[in-house]
Write a protein that binds this ligand. Structure first.
Ligand code: ADP
Length: 621
């Protein structure tokens, strides 16, 4: 037997792992299984590519054998194995470049270091968090001699010749006090399922299974071997190998949803970054879609090993309804949350994933409108949030969102609205601020109806905020019908002499309404109603002001609306003819109040409104 000392860096690293990573000792199993899986991958590659290894048997399996009494766990694989030299260099030194550099950055402050260490795969050495002695018996594929490596993880290791029937590696873990919690078959199965369920190779566990024996009326322990993982990283297979049912089954197993997904996008990226993504759109929006503390639906894997399922940085918040998997080849197994936030690899994957999801949605919208309608019904609103928050993809998102409109049944798109524009139409119009029924009957729409211009009905509470920030769709301007300035499409209606004739009445109305209005003027947008209110281009609308106040924001000066009067309306004509009528003042207020009511703005003084209405009724009946 030969005694060897660990390279100084190994001792340092061991100290760190044991002291800094102690909060998650269970990861030792993930790391060892991942090593076995890599070793199996390597042997498979050799048997496929190297003449000398072609004849070797490849019977891939990973075994876990639990001895609860002696508190040992034996993990074995039929992978590539290690020679004597391999054992010395792999499990006695740190070969990886950058390691020394990494170690020199460590400060000895456990908290800081555990963040740093996340950038760095801890690998095999993590087993010393749970073990006071570890034996590794390994035989390299193509060699006859096996070797036993033994260590207490403190100063060094022993190396001696050993026997092993076939090539592969066996790791015998003698649990320490802290680790003895893992000498438990339930616990081990749970950890395997959590981290290694989709490792491509089967993991078998041998343990004493307790089963109730009806004849003897007691539970009997039987030594049992069972496969404990699903062993199918389905997403790693090529699309052509997978059936619709495979995809649906995987969806259900990762989400717990009993319904089939609406659709999915499966992508394998090769090149400077290697990763696989499989994204699903659930057929029903998740219940927590509008809660700040929504549950993340995308799981992060590194080389088929589960890493985490609660990383909000995997996709932007507006895509929080997406479910699925991101599996990267380029991230370290031990990547931490802090690191994810500024990780270049992940940022690239995220950017590409968002583009991919949006472009696939665009395809579906173009090729399967029925399916896309189902999608829009559930997810239109989060996509609108994207219009607001994802500047880089705004154009695409504008094409993906859907609207109600005065000219289409159900949902319509910007592209469709644009295609319906009249030859000389300058802008696309929309109305916001209230329920659909209120918007559809707004006096502001009258002129558009008369001129046969389409208006989008934007009845989501976030619409005004979102569309207020968008000036154009492509090269066409977007305009809110509630804004004071009228667009070119309406201007030809304005008849200057009519406005001139109206002036005495306008002055009178202004004098009566005083500081409740900014201005009173002749309208070009009304057909059937006598009056309406509009707000300035750069001011929040009346409804928006209401919303802001309801949310406790009162520190902005209340912008006043402009009252517009329909010169062709009977009431207006009569008022103009009889400026000194006893009811003129009541009429002024009634014109203003009814315009507010039609916009869904509650009256400041409903009692006065009713008194005026009653006075007018008394006169006219
Ligand atoms: P990493 O896996 O991140 O490289 P580890 O410390 O876990 O780091 O392992 C160091 C090296 O030891 C591996 O790169 C591999 O070459 C070798 N090794 C570990 N476990 C096995 C195994 N079960 N079979 C073959 N080689 C192994």
């Amino acid at each position: 037997m030969s005694k060897r000392e660990f390279q100084t860096e190994v001792s340092q690293l061991l100290q760190l792992i044991i002291h800094s990573l102690y909060s998650h000792p269970e990861i030792f199993l993930r790391e060892l299984i991942s090593n076995s899986s890599d070793a199996l991958d390597k042997l498979r590659h050799l048997t496929l590519t190297d003449e000398a290894f072609k004849a070797l048997p490849f019977d891939p399996r990973i075994g876990l054998e639990l001895d609860e009494e002696n508190k040992t766990l034996t993990l074995s694989d039929t992978g590539i194995g290690m020679s004597e030299d391999d054992l010395v260099s792999n499990l006695g030194t740190i070969a990886r470049s950058g390691t020394k550099n990494f170690l020199s950055q460590l400060s000895g402050d456990a908290k800081k270091d555990s963040n740093l260490i996340g950038q760095f795969g801890v690998g095999f050495y993590s087993v010393f968090m749970v073990a006071d002695r570890v034996e590794v018996i390994s035989r390299k594929a193509g060699e006859e001699q096996a070797w036993r490596w033994t260590s207490d993880g403190k100063t060094g290791f022993d190396l001696e010749p050993a026997d092993r029937l076939v090539a592969g590696t066996t790791v015998i873990i003698h649990f320490n006090e802290e680790g003895s919690q893992y000498a438990n078959s339930w616990r081990l199965q749970e950890i395997v399922k959590k981290y290694s369920n989709h490792i491509a190779f089967p993991i078998f566990m041998t343990y004493d299974k307790s089963e109730w024996n009806a004849d003897e009326k007691k539970s009997i322990k039987t030594r049992t071997t069972e496969q404990v993982n699903a062993a199918s990283a389905l997403w790693r297979r090529s699309k052509s190998e997978l059936t619709e049912d495979d995809y649906k089954e995987l969806y259900k197993s990762i989400t717990g949803d009993s319904e089939d997904p609406l659709f999915w996008f499966h992508t394998k990226a090769e090149g400077s970054l290697e990763y696989t993504t499989l994204f699903y759109i659930p057929s029903k929006a998740p219940l927590d879609l509008y809660q700040a503390e929504y549950k993340v639906g995308v799981k992060l894997y590194v080389k088929r090993v589960f890493i985490m399922d609660d990383a909000k940085e995997l996709l932007p918040p507006y895509l929080r309804f997406v479910r699925g998997i991101i599996d990267s080849e380029d991230l370290p197994l031990n990547v931490s949350r802090e690191i994810l936030q500024q990780n270049r690899v992940l940022t690239s994957i995220k950017t590409a994933s968002v583009k991919k999801i949006l472009s696939e949605l665009k395809n579906i919208a173009a090729n399967d409108p029925d399916k896309y309608l189902k999608f829009s019904t559930e997810y239109n609103r989060p996509l609108k949030e994207g219009v607001y928050s994802d500047f880089a993809n705004r154009e695409t998102l504008l094409d993906l969102i859907r609207f109600k409109s005065t000219k289409a049944e159900g949902f319509t798109s910007f592209a469709e609205v644009k295609s319906r524009m009249k030859e000389d139409q300058k802008s696309i119009y929309y109305i916001t601020g209230g329920a659909e029924s209120l918007l559809r009957t707004s006096p502001l729409l009258e002129i558009y109806k008369k001129k046969d211009l389409e208006v989008l009905i934007l009845d989501d509470d976030i619409d005004e905020i979102i569309f207020g920030g968008i000036d154009k769709y492509g090269d066409v301007e977007l305009k809110a019908v509630s804004k004071a300035s009228t667009s070119d499409d309406l201007k030809d209606e304005a008849e200057p002499d009519k406005a001139e004739a109206l002036k005495p009445l306008l002055d009178k109305l202004k004098a009566t309404l005083g500081d409740r209005v900014k201005d009173v003027r002749a309208s070009v947008r009304l057909a059937d109603s006598p009056s309406c209110i509009v707000s300035d281009e750069d001011e929040p609308s009346m409804q928006m002001q209401q919303m802001l106040r309801a949310m406790g924001q009162t520190d902005f000066p209340a912008p006043k609306p402009t009252l517009e009067i329909n010169p062709d309306h009977e009431i207006v004509k009569k008022l103009l003819a009889r400026p000194n009528d006893a009811l003129a003042e009541d009429a002024a207020w009634l014109l203003f109040d009814q315009a507010l009511l039609m916009e869904g703005v509650p009256l400041k003084d409903p009692a006065s409104f009713v008194q005026r209405l009653n006075r007018v009724l008394t006169q006219s009946i």
